[in-house]
Write a protein that binds this ligand. Sequence first.
Ligand code: FES
Length: 126
Amino acid sequence: MYNETVMDHFTNPRNVGVLEDASVVAETASPECGDLTKIYLKIIDNRIVDIRFQTLGCAAAIASSSMATELVKGKTLEEAWALTKDDVVGALGGLPEPKIHCSVLAEDAIHKAINQYRIDQGLLPW
Ligand code: FES
């Protein structure tokens, strides 16, 4: 059902856990299944210098969260904001059609965290 890259990120997820000194934390739930992803961002000079995630969800959600964190680590907030679920699915080499919605969780949580950070800085959300 899942390709090798997805299985790799599911069985050996990158950036998993809690970031004690996070600049911002955000959580999203999937409207389809109720699964959860929490994202921790450490931001310095407009750049994501560190990131962690916790996902209560299926294999595709965990693999997508792992890949999404890899894709935005080291990026500016503008670059991270431009991340789409298609980028995540593409980097994973594809997901089975019924699992595409699982790839949205991490992207949504990253967007929510970036906007919360902007609000905390007195800026308008994107
Ligand atoms: Fe819920 Fe995949 S089934 S995130």
